[in-house]
Design a protein around this ligand. Structure first.
Ligand code: CP
Ligand code: NVA
Length: 300
């Protein structure tokens, strides 16, 4: 039987997603050190790009569940010397129980999954970051209840995080207001698929109006460091600051996947202010991914 993968949020139904969020909250609130459903199981983690949260949360999660995690980088494996992805996927999946990849090209993860005999998890690509959305949605549900029917404002780059927010809007039934500078909009293919749950606005202020949640991300993602100066000019006017938050509902939350650049995409007073839940969001990477690992590895 083909394994179940988690390459995109769209790999889960809305019910499955809500089930995972509920389970993540349960695991967080009732930690039982004797519950070790992944005893003896191994997660391989392949990182082509840097990470703090993703690496630590997966490694700690496997440890809590009695399993272990292997950190692999292309520099230290034959992946970096050109061994074909399909061969690597067959070999690695013959030895471990699950594989997480953080890669530059989204196609690397999909090709890997095609040839893997165990579940493959997308730990971020240039196109999507679905694990982060599990944590973001868990955080919203914990603080405000179900997000169905709410309004989320995405301000800034139409990047991997924005794409996964579009997928979350499709699966969980919220409206996504997007404000991006010209030339930095999300992929038309992903937007087209979303239909009416996505709306574009010309300014950040307009997108934030009456939002229940305001979200942003860095202006230059990993691999775009050379565009930093150009992007600082293009994204002027797209900083989430107090005037943007004033347009949102008075009880609106602020989220950012981190790492953040204070003074660029978000002002210090917002990210360190009372509406910001970024550290709860970061911690929830651990709980949400434990629920995901249990779902993918234990459920047959
Ligand atoms: N948010 C996130 O994915 O963080 P890391 O890059 O530190 O893993
Ligand atoms: N958009 C960012 C997210 C980092 C977690 C990046 O891809 O670098």
């Amino acid at each position: 039987m083909n394994p179940r993968h988690f390459i995109s949020l769209l790999d889960l139904s809305g019910d499955e997603l809500r089930g995972l969020i509920r389970r993540a909250i349960e695991l967080k609130n009732h930690r039982d050190p004797d519950y070790q459903p992944l005893k003896g199981r191994v997660l391989a983690m392949i990182f082509e790009k840097s990470s703090t949260r993703t690496r630590i949360s997966f490694e700690a999660g496997m440890g809590h569940f009695g399993g272990s995690a292997l950190f692999l980088s292309p520099r230290d494996t034959q992946l970096g010397r050109g061994e074909p992805l399909r061969d690597s996927a067959k070999v690695i999946s013959s030895m471990v129980d699950c594989i997480m990849l953080r890669t530059d090209k989204h196609g690397t993860v999909t090709t890997f999954a095609e040839h893997s005999s165990v579940p493959v998890i997308n730990g971020l690509t240039d196109e999507q970051h679905p694990c982060q959305l599990l944590a973001d949605m868990q955080t919203y549900f914990e603080l405000r209840g179900d997000i169905q029917g709410k309004t989320v404002a995405w301000i800034g780059d139409g990047n991997n995080m924005c794409h996964s927010y579009i997928h979350a809007a499709m699966r969980l039934g919220f409206a996504l207001n997007i404000a991006c500078p010209a030339g930095y909009r999300p992929s038309p293919a992903i937007v087209d698929e979303a239909g009416e749950c996505v709306r574009f606005f010309d300014t950040a202020l307009a997108a934030a109006k009456d939002a229940d949640l305001v979200v942003t991300d860095v202006w230059a993602s990993m691999g775009q460091e050379e565009e930093q100066k150009l992007r600082e000019v293009a994204f002027k006017g797209y900083q989430v600051n107090a005037s943007i938050m004033q347009k949102a509902k008075s009880d609106a939350l602020f989220m950012h996947c981190l790492p953040a650049h204070r003074g660029e995409e978000v002002s210090g007073e917002v990210i360190d202010g009372l509406q910001s839940v970024v550290f709860q969001e970061a911690e929830n990477r651990l709980h949400a991914q434990k629920a995901l690992l249990e779902f993918l590895i234990c459920k047959k």
